[in-house]
Design a protein around this ligand. Structure first.
Ligand code: 0WE
Length: 256
């Protein structure tokens, strides 16, 4: 029942125990994968060491600011040395300057747009290009998205535009990497109570709105994202690439 036995993976985007990246990493680990983790900034180093350290003292934990080509190269050079190859990659990284997630979308600055797209969308391309040479037996790349990519969600603003770029990039990468048997997909998760959602005005009401309107009348659980991440990483999803899978208790199908 260890469907990822013998597979090597790298996980970008663990900040703390509530992170979606951590939920999917735990599921990948339980399915038998051997994982490397990256963290962004010294502030998050301890958190990731504490969490990923539970997978054993020799768990690979590396710094990576995804806006730095040099740091991306360094991460994959180390993975090459320690693992020799790679099968799985999780991209669970996003950032827009806070002010861009508060006011009117019309006031989005050039700089906020640039940063949001660099961190949240371009990074998937840069990471995929660096990962691909190590995925010499094919691979599965999974990125996290959100409904704000396709419909207007109040305050999601430039992040919605960046997630639209991420989803389109997923399709172009799926085509680019398909002949190497590397699949690229997005999971579009319903809202989750993570660090990235903390302090967002009206977030609690948003969770209540999903609970009231999603067909399943509840919110998504982290372990359900883990299960979908494991499916996409597994041979069960061998013919699925370039897709956005909604894991949102059905919310996305509703018109009203
Ligand atoms: O993608 C996200 C959150 C991404 C995010 C969150 C922050 C908060 C702190 C990106 N950048 C920042 N920058 C910060 O300074 N989600 C899907 C969660 C989320 O964020 C929202 C949402 C939802 C849902 C923001 C506004 C409205 C809804």
């Amino acid at each position: 029942m260890s469907i990822l036995q013998g597979k090597f993976g790298v996980v970008f985007g663990v900040a703390n125990k509530r992170s979606i990246a951590w939920a999917i990493a735990q599921a990948w680990h339980r399915a038998g994968a051997k994982l490397a983790f990256t963290y962004q900034g010294e502030r998050l180093k301890e958190n990731v060491e504490e969490l990923a350290g539970t997978f054993g003292p020799d768990t690979l934990i590396l710094p990576c600011d995804v806006t730095s080509d040099a740091q991306i190269d360094s991460v994959f050079a180390t993975i090459q040395q320690r693992f020799g190859r790679l099968d799985l990659m999780l991209h669970s990284v996003a950032f827009a300057p806070r002010e861009a997630l508060e006011g009117d979308f019309l006031n989005t600055s050039r700089e906020a747009f640039r940063v949001a797209h660099d961190v949240s969308a371009y990074s998937l391309i840069g990471l995929s290009r660096a990962a691909a040479p190590l995925m010499d037996q094919g691979g599965s790349i999974v990125a996290m998205s959100y409904y704000g990519a396709e419909k207007v969600v109040p305050h999601y603003n430039v992040m919605g535009v960046a997630k639209a770029a991420l989803e389109a990039s997923t399709r172009y990468l799926a085509d680019s990497l398909g002949q190497r048997k590397i699949r690229v997909n997005c999971i579009s998760a319903g809202p989750m109570n993570t660090l990235a959602a903390r302090g967002i005005a009206g977030f609690t009401d948003m969770l209540k709105h999903y609970e009231a309107h999603a067909p399943l009348r509840r919110n998504v659980l982290p372990e359900e994202l883990g299960a979908t991440g494991t499916f996409l990483a597994s041979d069960g999803a061998a013919a699925i690439t370039g897709q956005v899978l909604y894991v949102d208790c059905g919310y996305q199908i509703m018109g009203m």
